[in-house]
Write a protein that binds this ligand. Structure first.
Ligand SMILES: *Cc1c(COP(=O)(O)O)cnc(C)c1O
Length: 456
């Protein structure tokens, strides 16, 4: 296929949309380690998990073998409202960089929630509704997950209770109003509404909150309320499964034009967008059919992959969740207050952790001022205002494209542009005013949090 035939945006026809999610675990020789009950130290059973999560989601969580899981009609219908998402050839960014590299990005910000999170939110709300539940509870950090879930709950007429990390609740009041428009109730976390919230507040009255803490509160409310379950927007196997729709679409679009990527890049908070984007490519790699360089990008101020420990740890600060084996900074870890770039979760998806541990992918940590510099360059060339999270991937895509400029290699780079940054303008403002600083935790600081990881 000649170069000039590749359109600026590659869309798919409706009949080219994936009809099933791809379960990457089915091709992993070493499966991700199971969730463990902290009390009994035994793998969590379906029955134990179903007290917290919806039944069918528990099944998906524990299914390490089924390669393709059909997307139910009701979910497929909703996907069609905003999918396929475009795969864009970044011609203008390539020009601005003067690189021979060919850069593509899969843009997931074309829905009101502004991110890829809707792909799993709609699935999780659907299974809750199917089970006859009244509502679901969750946490949200920057607010994208809470927004996505509120949209999904409005669609399926479910009650939605969101615990929002306090610092975001205060910094992003408009995000909260979007959620309330969709009918969700939003509580800043830690709150006085839960036992764990009251305990954390007594211990740390000035805390600005963390995802780990909001998770504890949301789980507590779900477990104590009749007809409610808890849902999580990242990290879990089921979420990576739903997000595989991103990678499957990307693969169909690239295959249509005979394009084979050399490098696939994604930002990594809990690992869901990256896990979804790379799924079918990693599948080929695991089956020995093709090879790709796969790079996870994380903030230097929250470096789970690059500096964390691969051990069993709690998924939340309040230690109410099961233990997951993952790269972790310790469940008490909270990034420095100057950190504005999202991706602030202390742990990492067990699937990606295992793949990284086994050498199937790389990880790099980048500093936030360099991330915002990349975001600005991207906005000025491609026109889209990127989310700070997504901009971690942009930063490393640019770095790789500049390496190609030096060597003259025409590599094909694909990265995930997970969302838009309209609610992150306080962070952009700090960057523009020259007030943004970088903070890299010292080994001593990290050691303090590692010391609180449960004994293995
Ligand atoms: C939540 C979010 C992320 C990070 O979450 P993952 O689970 O690691 O994908 C990245 N980008 C955007 C826009 C998000 O909303």
């Amino acid at each position: 296929m000649s170069e000039k035939n590749i359109p600026y945006k590659i869309y798919l026809n409706e009949d080219e949309l994936p009809k099933a999610w791809y379960n990457i675990r089915s091709d992993m020789k070493v499966k991700p380690a199971p969730l463990i009950n902290p009390g009994t130290r035994q793998p969590m059973t379906a029955q134990e998990l179903s007290q917290v999560f919806c039944d069918e989601l528990v099944e998906q969580e524990l299914d390490n073998t089924t390669p393709f899981i059909p997307i139910p009609d009701e979910i497929y219908k909703y996907y069609k409202m905003y999918r396929p998402s475009p795969l864009v050839r970044a011609y203008f960014l390539e020009d601005a960089l003067g690189t021979p590299a060919k850069i593509y990005y899969k843009f997931e910000g074309n829905n009101t929630s502004g991110s890829h999170k809707l792909n799993s939110a709609i699935a999780q709300a659907y299974y809750a509704k199917k089970q006859g539940l009244r509502g679901i509870t969750t946490e949200t950090g920057a607010g994208q997950w809470g927004t996505a879930l509120s949209m999904a709950c409005a669609y399926f007429k479910l009650d939605c209770k969101v615990f929002m990390v306090k610092v975001s609740y205060e910094q992003k009041p408009f995000r909260r109003e979007v959620m309330r428009t969709y009918g969700a109730s939003v509580t800043p976390s830690p709150s006085m509404e839960t036992e764990i919230g009251r305990k954390i507040l007594a211990e740390y009255p000035n805390t600005t909150g963390s995802l780990g803490c909001a998770i504890s509160e949301a789980v507590e409310v779900a477990v104590k309320s009749e007809g409610y379950r808890y849902v999580l927007g990242s990290v879990l196997n089921q979420v990576l499964l739903h997000q595989s729709v991103v990678g499957l679409e990307t693969k169909v679009a690239l295959d249509k034009y005979g394009i084979k990527p050399d490098i696939i890049i994604g930002c990594a908070g809990g690992g869901s967008n990256l896990g979804g984007l790379i799924a079918p490519f990693m599948g080929e790699k695991l089956r020995g059919e093709a090879d790709y360089r796969i790079i996870a990008v994380e903030p230097a101020s929250c470096p789970s992959f690059t500096r964390g420990k691969y051990v069993y740890d709690f998924c939340d600060t309040g230690k109410v969740t099961p233990l997951a084996k993952m790269y972790t900074l310790g469940s008490n870890f909270i990034p420095a207050p100057n950190h504005a770039g999202g991706l602030r979760y202390h742990g990492m998806s067990p699937i990606l952790s295992q793949l990284y541990h086994d050498g199937y992918m790389e990880a790099v940590a980048v500093e936030q001022t360099s991330v915002f510099k990349a975001a600005e360059m991207f906005a000025r060339s491609e026109g889209i205002l990127p989310a700070p999270e997504s901009s971690h991937a942009i930063k490393v895509a640019i770095d790789e494209a500049l390496k190609c400029k030096e060597t003259g290699e025409e590599k094909t780079i694909v990265f995930g542009l997970t969302g838009t940054g309209y609610f992150d303008l306080v962070a952009y403002e700090k960057y523009h005013n020259g007030e943004m600083t970088d903070y890299i935790p010292t080994d001593e600081e990290l050691a303090k949090f590692f010391a609180q990881i449960p004994k293995q």
